[in-house]
Write a protein that binds this ligand. Sequence first.
Ligand SMILES: [Zn+2]
Length: 350
Amino acid sequence: MDNKESAKERFLDTFLGAVKDWDKHLAESINSDDDANHIIKENLQKMIEEQENHGNAIGLGREVWYSNDYFIHCLILDFISDVKGDQDLVDELKLIYVGKLGNPGLDAEAINMDMESEGYLIKISFEMDLNILLFSNFVSYHLYGMQIDDEDEIKKLLPGAFETFLLFIDKKELLKKTEEILQIGPKERDLTSIRVHIASELFEASMKFLLSHEIGHHFLKHTESNGRNLVSKFIPTDATSNQLHLDEFAADNFGFDLSIIQGKKESNKTFLLAPLIVILMLALFDRTPEEPSQTHPSLRDRYLNLLSRVSEVNEQVASEHQHFFDFVASWINGLLPGYWKTEWWKPIAE
Ligand SMILES: [Zn+2]
């Protein structure tokens, strides 16, 4: 037990290009010779200083963080404080390490346990994080639009909705924009606007759902390779995929419970929307969200399952969210005609 490596050590040892500190890594990788980059670097350094002050203030140095990414670390801290009545769960959560990687691709995964290490390792790609940020931003224009009556104000939101959506599908534009945002720095942006507030809350809630889904795979023992192998000996190969499908629904349900129920967010409509929005974002990378794969149930079924979880909490909100989902998915479908073969999010008429 004593010489086992921690999840953090395992992360740094296993993955090529894994860094101890994501923001420091970003700051160091920027060549500050040209003026624009110089501003980016200064902003990042300011941010790192603020993170360090905050970490020191709450008695946690950088070394004991739950992630190499400050924001993700804070989300895990939230989970820990959400479940503080349940000491066993607190102790388990403290064994989590989330490693952010610079690899391209939409990737978040609970890494299988092994004998040589302890703790629960989760990896997430930079691109996954960024896509959730952008998609939350995009959705926030529509959400805010729903809340206001003034037609002119609603029209003013359209360019923003288009712009954020295009960023989402055009990676080159996205990189340019990311640099712009870093140059402006968080201070100068209009943090008081309601729309920006909605976007950042939706981002937080979506990341929490995503992370707690992966935590679910660990805590529900889907990552104990022994357990999985034992089971697969007794079930025929074609049924194995069904077990994987069941695991996926179980992880979604666990994620819903940890991020919303345990987090006491049942009356927060944005939090109730977030799991559905994560599914919609994933559907943008899936031409057939109505079809299951070998390892995953269809996004349509995951959406319907999560929608039913929302309706258990509040039927009225579930119905509002179903309409909103239909509105945004139809909007996307209008912009990318033929991308999806079906209106996969719609209930099948009986
Ligand atoms: Zn999963």
